[in-house]
Ligand binder design. Structure first.
Ligand code: FES
Length: 255
């Protein structure tokens, strides 16, 4: 049986940057929630949702946010917590300085309050064909054997949850450019390293050699600092840089 956390005297002050609609202006509201040991930011938001009353006693519309897995796997709860981009489900209030500030990510359009639209990331994955083609839904037998060291390398890269942390931190990724960003380059590396995925290697490399591609990376290296999965993003960027150089030479003779 899970023990219920004890209520304490202390209240947690949470300042939330809110926005009613995609085109409306942002504003701040402050809420207080009872302190519970081991509480995460999502549970505080749920507490606010139950009774959306600000610190001034004003009843307001409930705060909205995205979340799903609650175990740092889906990436949907990514937001700025005390100015740091991270997942709200694994941000424990006891490890945060108060008052706690919550803001939506700034590199994606706000849908409402803490919810943002990360569609650009998924469109980028489509651009680079970040998948493994199969011949059909029939049984096509066992896949090709992979070397253990390649499998281990791919496993780390496959942990990307398309959360957007790397893009939020990247000075090169802005709302008005088409930079693909570290998460996409990492997926190109991941799928190019697969014995079947390799079939589309050239198409993927051509996609990252266009506008917003690998040469737009300014090498700030902050992506790797904020990745919650510790994916070696700068290694992936360097590797894709090498792959595209070879591809450019090859294109000179074949295209
Ligand atoms: S809810 Fe899935 S990562 Fe937080």
């Amino acid at each position: 049986m899970i023990e219920k956390p004890a209520m304490t005297e202390k209240n947690i002050i949470i300042k939330i940057k809110r926005q009613d609609k995609p085109a409306s202006s942002a504003y701040w509201q402050t809420f207080e929630v009872p302190h519970r040991p081991f509480a995460n930011i999502i549970s505080c938001l749920m507490e606010i949702q139950k009774s959306p009353t600000t610190g001034n006693g004003e009843t307001v519309s409930p705060v909205t946010w995205d979340s799903n897995c609650l175990e740092e796997v889906c990436g949907s709860c990514t937001m700025l917590i005390n100015g740091q981009v991270r997942q709200a489900c694994t941000a424990l209030v006891d490890n945060l300085t108060t008052p706690i500030t919550l803001e939506p990510m700034s590199k994606f359009p706000v849908v409402r309050d803490l919810q943002v639209d990360r569609e650009r990331m998924f469109k980028n994955l489509k651009k680079v064909k970040a998948w493994i083609d199969i011949d059909g839904s029939h049984d096509i037998g066992e896949g090709p054997i992979m070397q253990d060291q390649d499998r281990a390398k791919r496993y780390i890269m496959s942990e990307c949850m398309t959360c957007g942390c790397c893009l939020e931190a990247c000075p090169q990724f802005t709302m008005d450019n088409s930079f693909l960003g570290a998460a996409t380059f990492n997926q190109v590396r991941l799928f190019n390293l697969h014995p079947t995925g390799e079939m589309k290697k050239e198409e993927r490399l051509d996609a990252v050699m266009g506008e917003g591609g690998i040469t737009d990376c300014g090498n700030a290296q902050v992506c790797v600092e904020v990745c919650p999965k510790n994916i070696p993003l700068t290694e992936s960027i360097a590797d894709i840089g090498r792959q595209t150089t070879w591809q450019a030479i090859k294109n000179l003779f074949t295209k």
